[in-house]
Design a binder for this molecule. Structure first.
Ligand code: 5RP
Length: 238
């Protein structure tokens, strides 16, 4: 399969470099979700076809479907103690490896899979590398029950954190809200800039009704940044 745009080429390059740099025969690996991760899974399928032995744990139903299609053997995370490595995309990543994820609606399973891994490598095109997190809307996964009440609590938290006039969108809209793989809603919070992501991440987790949020702090161990000309940079955070 060919890359169809400069950004797509950058995503493909990052995925290929991550496989070359971090993946070893015999590993059990978390398979990320989103368009960059789809490149990763497709290339992985080619390597498996050439004899690489790996077991994949998908972070969404759609990634699981693709992995099966391209011949990557799969396991259930319940049956695996620890993963050697997870390779996944990101919507934003800063110089400390802090990320916003969830643009593809899979943040809950992605965080569980990444957290179960010894190493987590973020594969991103250069547009995802930011000085400050927050321009990309922060997805918060919430229980559908009383979600308006959870939304109000989010608003109060943002106000207390000095974030004013935050627009919050129910992903998919009121008529037909998007339902995540675990049966929840997503609230996309337009924060513009997050002054203290570590603190906000901790506070978000305290709100009843919040299942998980898209701030991934202290999870990425490395990243591979792809450029449209096919060049890549490997960055280590620990
Ligand atoms: C899905 C994610 C994705 O990794 C993130 O949205 C990046 O996606 P893409 O590779 O398509 O730009 O977090 O929940």
């Amino acid at each position: 399969m060919q890359a169809t745009s400069a950004q797509d080429e950058a995503k493909r390059a990052a995925a290929a470099k991550a496989i070359e740099t971090f993946l070893r025969d015999g590993m059990t690996i978390g398979l990320g979700s989103g368009t960059t991760s789809r490149w990763f899974v497709r290339i992985l399928g080619e390597r498996v076809g050439s004899g690489l032995r790996v077991t994949g744990v998908p972070s969404s139903r759609s990634t699981g479907d693709l992995a099966k299609e391209v011949g990557v053997p799969l396991a259930d995370l319940n049956d695996v103690n620890q993963l050697d490595l997870t390779i996944d995309g990101a919507d934003e990543i800063d110089a400390k490896g802090r990320m916003i994820k969830g643009g593809g609606a899979s943040l809950l399973w992605e965080k569980i899979v990444a957290y179960a891994s010894r190493k987590m490598v973020a594969i991103v095109d250069e547009s995802k590398v930011v000085e400050h997190l927050g321009r990309f809307p922060l997805a918060v996964e919430v229980i559908p029950f009383a979600w308006r009440s959870t939304e109000r609590n989010l608003r109060n938290l943002f106000k207390d954190a000095g974030l004013s006039d935050v627009q919050i969108d129910l992903r998919g809209g009121l008529e037909k809200p998007l339902i995540t793989d675990s049966g929840h809603y997503l609230l996309d919070c337009h924060l513009r800039e997050i002054p203290d992501p570590d603190n906000l991440a901790a506070e978000l987790s305290q709100i009843p009704g919040v299942v998980e949020h898209g701030l991934f702090i202290g999870i990425a161990t490395d990243s591979v940044v792809g450029h449209a000309n096919g060049h890549t940079e490997v960055v280590s955070f620990r």
